[in-house]
Write a protein that binds this ligand. Structure first.
Ligand SMILES: [Zn+2]
Ligand SMILES: [Zn+2]
Length: 316
């Protein structure tokens, strides 16, 4: 087994040898607009719909050449973008992996708040149906505020700035001068369809799993990827948590049928041959507050590449 070494970096994030990451407030980092180097920032790393004190809801952003591609919009994603020192106006695309509220609660809010800040260019959004209806209904819900700001602040109509696209099958969903984005169906019953996305950037490839149980299609999508951000569940802790529930057995079966354990995620990363595995969407992500070492040690026996225990605002 590979030696483990803890490195504390600015912002309090911890990662492990030999992989090094930068905190988003690291002033030594070169300005992003001088480079085609992709940045991956974890905006929220807790799994599940309940707000947690220690981790924000699921979201991440990939930035290439000052252009932001947001994947999932858990509650608080706009503020997490600000904390990551990213301009909301830099958002070009939003991708939703699936329609569980921990992943889409702030889909509309991110766009509304970006618009209220400085968004002036069109944002194309991607996700499974009924994304088009959801977008329309969100605009309707916020019609009063939107109309007020158009008149009062001279903002352009928000509806003209959002272009939703529904994703229903595997394949390339978007390609521009910075990235090629490929979707793959994953298995997250009872939510169907649910997608993982692969971003082929100029310098590397990054896969975001979304929520899934072990999925062969995800292994295929992730083949040879530089970075795989994958959801993870710590079964011993869950067993403790649900032990007192009268429906413990059913709950356990449900979680196992739709999510991925620490052992499974290590095996998937190994099978896919990824260089770096980033753990995120931690379940349990709140109480009990599991230390990074616990997550790391539970995965390490099954994956010998670079292993990163994700934290909010960690840049990889
Ligand atoms: Zn989730
Ligand atoms: Zn889910």
């Amino acid at each position: 087994m590979r030696r483990r070494e803890f490195i504390t970096i600015a912002g309090g994030a911890v990662t492990y040898w030999p992989f090094r990451v930068q905190a988003v407030d690291d002033q030594s980092r070169p300005a992003a607009n001088t480079s085609r180097k992709s940045r991956l920032i974890l905006l929220g790393t807790a799994g599940g719909p309940t707000p947690k004190p220690n981790r924000s809801a699921p979201a991440q952003v990939i930035v290439v050449d000052n252009t932001s591609y947001v994947v999932d919009c858990g509650n608080g994603v706009a503020r997490q973008m600000v904390l990551a020192k990213l301009k909301l106006a830099s958002i070009r695309n939003v991708f939703l992996t699936h329609h569980h509220s921990d992943h889409n609660a702030d889909y509309g809010n991110l766009l509304l708040l970006a618009w209220a800040t400085d968004l002036a260019k069109r944002v194309d959004t991607y996700g499974s149906p009924p994304l088009v209806d959801m977008t329309r209904l969100f605009l309707e819900l916020n019609d009063y505020d939107i109309r007020t700001r158009i008149v009062d602040e001279g903002r352009p109509p928000l509806r003209d700035l959002i272009a939703p696209h529904e994703v229903t099958a595997d394949g390339v969903v978007m390609q521009d001068e910075n990235v090629k984005v490929t979707a793959a169906l994953v298995e997250h019953p009872p939510v169907q369809p649910a997608f993982a996305y692969r971003f082929d950037c100029p310098d590397r490839s990054i896969v975001i799993s979304g929520d899934t149980r072990p999925s062969e299609n995800l292994v295929k999508l992730s083949q040879g990827a530089d970075v795989l951000v994958h959801e993870v569940m710590h079964l011993p802790s869950l067993d403790q948590l649900i032990a007192t529930e009268p429906n413990a057995k059913t709950l356990r079966e449900h979680l196992l049928a739709s999510h991925t354990t620490t052992e499974q995620v290590g095996r998937i990363a190994t099978e896919a041959g990824v260089k770096t595995l980033v753990l995120s969407h931690f379940v349990p992500g709140g109480y009990p507050f599991l230390k990074d070492e616990i997550w790391f040690d539970a995965v390490r026996p099954y994956f010998s590449g670079n292993l990163v225990v994700g934290r909010d605002l960690l840049e990889i």
